[in-house]
Design a protein around this ligand. Structure first.
Ligand SMILES: [Zn+2]
Length: 116
């Protein structure tokens, strides 16, 4: 007497299992994206800290702070000092295209919180 083996799952149960797996995948993707962007976030933070260090160095050398993140404001007595601090030019924007703004003589994270 031949007996046919039947699946232990009904169609509805299989669909529910598939939907649960899809839910798990969508729950994991946002976390994966955050981890994948970590090097970019770290690079942004390092760039911001580097600029702040250059602002402090500018003050130590010239007893004045640069007023903005433009080459003209890293210049004193007609000497283009910005080349000393940023050989490729003063970075006006971060890697995400938002402007670096000097407030209280430093670059704040304001406006860049989503980048770090
Ligand atoms: Zn930014």
């Amino acid at each position: 007497m031949a007996s046919s083996r039947k699946s232990h799952f009904t169609t509805i149960e299989l669909i529910m299992i598939i939907l649960i797996f899809i839910g798990i995948i969508f729950a994991v993707i946002p976390g994966y994206r955050y981890i994948a962007n970590t090097p970019v976030r770290n690079a942004h933070k390092i760039e911001r800290k580097h600029i702040n260090a250059q602002i402090q160095l500018f003050f130590v050398n010239h007893k004045d702070f640069p007023k903005s993140m433009q080459n003209k404001d890293w210049t004193t007595h007609n000497h283009a000092l910005w080349q000393t601090y940023f050989p490729d030019g003063v970075p006006e924007k971060c890697t995400f295209g938002d402007p670096w703004i000097i407030q209280n003589n430093q670059i704040l994270i304001t406006g860049h919180t989503k980048h770090e």
